[in-house]
Design a protein around this ligand. Structure first.
Ligand SMILES: NC(=O)C1=CN([C@@H]2O[C@H](COP(=O)(O)OP(=O)(O)OC[C@H]3O[C@@H](n4cnc5c(N)ncnc54)[C@H](OP(=O)(O)O)[C@@H]3O)[C@@H](O)[C@H]2O)[C@@H](O)CC1
Ligand SMILES: Nc1ncnc2c1ncn2[C@@H]1O[C@H](COP(=O)(O)OP(=O)(O)O)[C@@H](O)[C@H]1O
Ligand SMILES: [K+]
Length: 512
């Protein structure tokens, strides 16, 4: 699913009006109806609501929502906030249509500000994607007053928040409980810095013209379920372990074998034909008894010491995963170097201490040598270290992410809520699955195992990264229903991979 800019939203809107064709007033009616259906499903017990409308089309939506909810028996109070006398055409028409049912409370710069209370249920239809400057004066005052309420449902986007550019920390913005956006997600929704404003967000379809969406060029995508399920490869009836790939996982060290085991288990639960875990020899019994399905390749030391791998040793592997639970004490750079040199054609994923070692001055020299489409999976701290710099805001972070991925022609999965997968072509794919229950030690190791398995099964690396991240989050979403965000542990992700695969397979069948 594309994530488009505010300008493109306006263009898609216009194209839909001209080519469907549909009048703009009817498109507004459609959008407000979609919002209202969602609202009535989720707030059926609430009878009294306050709708705050601005002067543009976002405000126009609010006026239609007021009319619809009124017709369904809600007690509706409508505030129109007019910083200037200028209003949009469709706002005027809908104000007229509403006037016989409800009288608005008009607020201009000379009016007394309305008071809102904690228990109020507010619908925020003040400004939408047409916001063109930070809020000030009356607009800022009203938002501050609205933010007293505990429940605010934003129409399209919280008022005061820009769709696709940075807000400064001082900007006054609605703190919504929920945001109901029209059809396409906005870049602002993907970024941690905006979490307090957006709350939970949902999309409602308003029938925008598919051609207009197809023509909009963008670097940003949202991996929704309909797309993600297309990545899962069908298995042939005659497939055997040889056709499903042999993964080599280089992971674990003294005191950190848990990471290796988590990663190995996830790899095995993600369809790999065979797995060899290379880890310090003291872990042999642990590995054999905990993961009998894995082959064990013993390293001589407490920490990995085998830094030289020959082409002969590597040639039987179809993917290599490297990093979970390694230590920074090991000579991991030599290890990476050796793998790049002797196994450059084998798909590679580097995580955790693998990345930390690439963040040293000598490590950065190796970045240029990473084979094209190598996958690295840093969390933001690891990415900062890798870049040797920080960022002012999340938009700058995305620019740095894209630059890095294009410069080194590698795939970077920048982990977090809505993990961003940056591809060497400059595109960034935000994930749609996952939850805060996954913010627990070892979750990242599970992801490495999943992606290693997909690479071994010959998924193209971009798909392995995007689909692996989706699958990992889906397993988390299934796990959380039973375990809660508080009690979830990383093994719960692996334990729920089977259900995740079953869900995807069922959806594939349904869609075929
Ligand atoms: N996408 C779709 O397909 C559909 C979109 N629809 C809806 O349209 C919404 C976009 O509507 P929109 O373009 O009229 O802009 P909107 O957000 O109402 O604000 C513009 C007004 O605010 C003003 N203004 C701006 N910044 C300001 C500020 N800081 N402080 C004060 N004033 C400010 C600006 O005037 P200005 O002062 O700049 O002259 C203008 O008057 C979109 O979010 C969705 O809800 C649906 O109805 C149908 C399908
Ligand atoms: N709030 C969240 N929502 C969705 N996914 C999350 C959230 N917090 C963490 N995750 C996911 O959990 C994983 C954590 O990985 P990482 O930070 O490497 O942890 P660890 O090193 O402990 O394994 C990442 O895949 C990340 O995307
Ligand atoms: K809004």
């Amino acid at each position: 699913m594309k994530i488009v800019s505010a300008t493109q939203i306006r263009e898609i809107d216009e194209y839909t009006i001209n080519h469907e064709p549909v009048t703009s007033i009817d498109l507004m009616e459609r959008a407000a109806t979609a919002f209202s259906s969602w609202f009535m499903q989720h707030y059926s017990n609430i009878k009294r609501i306050k709708i705050v409308c601005g002067p543009g089309n976002n405000g126009g939506d609010g006026l239609v929502i007021a009319r619809i909810l009124y017709s369904y028996g809600y007690k509706v109070e409508v505030y129109t906030i007019l910083p200037t006398a200028k209003t949009s055409k469709d706002f005027d028409i809908n104000l007229q249509r509403l006037s016989s049912l409800i009288s608005e409370q008009r607020i201009t710069p000379n009016s007394k500000l309305p008071q809102f209370h904690t228990e109020d249920i507010l619908i925020d239809a003040l400004f939408g994607s047409g916001l063109n400057r930070p809020l000030a004066g009356l607009a800022a005052d009203i938002v501050q007053a609205m933010n007293q309420a505990k429940t605010i449902i934003a129409v399209d986007i919280p008022s005061g928040l820009f769709t696709d550019t940075n807000n400064s920390k001082e900007d006054v913005i609605i703190k919504a409980t929920q945001t109901i956006a029209f059809q396409l997600p906005k870049l602002a929704f993907m970024l941690p810095q905006n979490a307090d404003f957006i709350g939970d967000w949902h999309l409602v379809d308003i029938g925008l013209h598919p051609t207009a969406i197809a023509q909009a060029s963008t670097n940003y995508f949202y991996t929704h379920t309909r797309k993600a399920i297309t990545y899962l490869k069908k298995r042939s009836k005659f497939s055997h372990k040889g056709t499903n790939g042999h993964a080599l996982l280089i992971a674990g060290s003294y005191g950190m074998m848990g990471a290796a085991i988590l990663s190995a288990r996830a790899c095995l639960r993600s369809g790999v034909g065979k797995l060899t875990l290379h880890a310090p020899k003291h872990a042999n019994d642990l590995v054999q008894s905990n993961i009998p399905e894995a082959l064990f390749s013993a390293d001589d030391n407490k920490y990995l010491s085998t830094t030289e791998w020959t082409e002969d040793q590597l040639k039987s592997y179809s993917a290599i995963g490297l990093g979970p639970g390694l230590s920074i004490d090991t000579k991991i750079l030599s290890l990476i170097h050796s793998i790049i040199e002797h196994g450059s054609s084998i798909p590679l994923i580097i995580d955790a201490d693998g990345i930390n070692n690439l963040s040293t001055p000598e490590g950065r020299d190796l970045l240029d040598k990473l084979p094209e489409n190598t996958i690295i999976t840093p969390h933001p701290k690891e990415f900062q270290k890798l870049l040797n710099r920080s960022w002012q805001n999340d938009y700058e972070k995305l620019d740095l992410l894209r630059e890095f991925s294009v410069k080194y022609q590698v795939i970077v999965c920048l982990k977090g809520a809505h993990t961003a997968v940056a591809l060497p072509d400059g595109s960034i794919h935000f994930n749609s699955t996952g939850n805060p229950g996954m913010a627990t030690g070892g979750s990242g190791d599970v992801l490495t195992g999943i992606i290693t398995a997909l690479l071994a099964q010959k998924y193209n690396p971009a798909h392995a990264a995007i689909f692996g991240v989706y699958l990992h989050g889906l397993a988390g979403d299934i796990a959380v229903k039973e375990k809660s965000i508080y009690s979830m542990v990383a093994s719960d992700l692996t334990d729920n991979l089977p259900k995740a695969f079953l869900e995807i397979t069922a959806l594939q069948t349904q869609n075929s």
